[in-house]
Design a protein around this ligand. Sequence first.
Ligand SMILES: CC(C)(COP(=O)(O)OP(=O)(O)OC[C@H]1O[C@@H](n2cnc3c(N)ncnc32)[C@H](O)[C@@H]1OP(=O)(O)O)[C@@H](O)C(=O)NCCC(=O)NCCS
Length: 336
Amino acid sequence: MTVPDGPRHARIHGVGGYRPERIVTNEEICQHIDSSDEWIQQRSGIKERRFARADETVVDMAEAASRDAIAMAGITPDQISVVLMATVTHPYQTPAAAPILAERLGTNGPAAFDISAACAGYCYGISLANDMVRAGSADYVLVVGVEKLSDFTDKHDRGSAFIFGDGAGAAIVGPSDFPGIGPTIWGSDGENWDKIMQKEPWTGLRADMTSADAGSVEWPHFAMQGQSVFRWAVYTIAPVVDQALAAAGVTAHDLDVFIPHQANMRITDAMIKHIGIPPEIPVARDIAETGNTSAASVPLATARMLNAGEAPHGGLALQFGFGAGLVYAAQVVILP
Ligand SMILES: CC(C)(COP(=O)(O)OP(=O)(O)OC[C@H]1O[C@@H](n2cnc3c(N)ncnc32)[C@H](O)[C@@H]1OP(=O)(O)O)[C@@H](O)C(=O)NCCC(=O)NCCS
């Protein structure tokens, strides 16, 4: 048997982001829950978030972010041999969203599939793309993190209504002359599967529609045990991030930017303290204007920081994601 020889290294060649037009303030969120702008800002750091239009889909948002990433990478869509779409809010059980996106972009029938790893989905995708390029099974890989969480958020749930937002972020991973993606430290904690979850399975909805007792099953909104997730992130995930630095052979002092999943500003602050990120290193704080966009949060924050000049092109970034599953992934990357 012969196997293809991949390039020794892979890197991120371009990133892009898309934010829906409509800004949703904390005041608007508080029309449905007993809360306040002050409480939400103090406990989560969120000032506002964006919601997609009713007719705007995850594929629409992913397309806009992907076009930016493709432009920054300086490639054409037909050079893309794999499309990976990380999302938990594509409303079809099947088919996956990735083949539809691949078609929209004018690619040439690449391998295409979705990743269900919630807020870690983008970092999972970067890990897969890195391995595919290096193994020779892909040339350029499009990795997208996209969510329309407004469709699955219960606007009357005090514990989660203010957290989530909509958006898309994308990256192109391809061959490189130098190592551009460090080893991924990733894993899962299935014992805590119920800490962030869709409240009801789709089959529950069907049972409801056919039963005489219609109305007993709710629309399957997402629900979250906020305090437990907070503690898990701060105490369990922090050491994972240390391992990602060590695996890449760098320390926090070598970093040019720190891009954690945008879950809660206080989680970010606790991470900074735990890892010992020096104060002069810029940190993604996109959550203030974007909320938690799950799989989209890391690439959206990356695109914003690069475009605003807050993160240097070619700089060393530590990125990580964690969320429903529970799952997590962390890696050091060189920015495009
Ligand atoms: C959701 C979150 C902001 C809540 O903050 P918290 O400090 O843990 O708040 P608690 O749930 O402990 O509640 C504290 C108090 O505020 C109240 N409260 C809860 N939600 C409230 C709201 N929306 N507005 C006002 N008060 C609220 C509670 O009733 C409680 O009151 P009490 O002290 O009188 O009992 C926080 O837990 C969090 O961000 N968790 C992580 C979530 C996350 O990252 N999810 C995504 C992972 S991908």
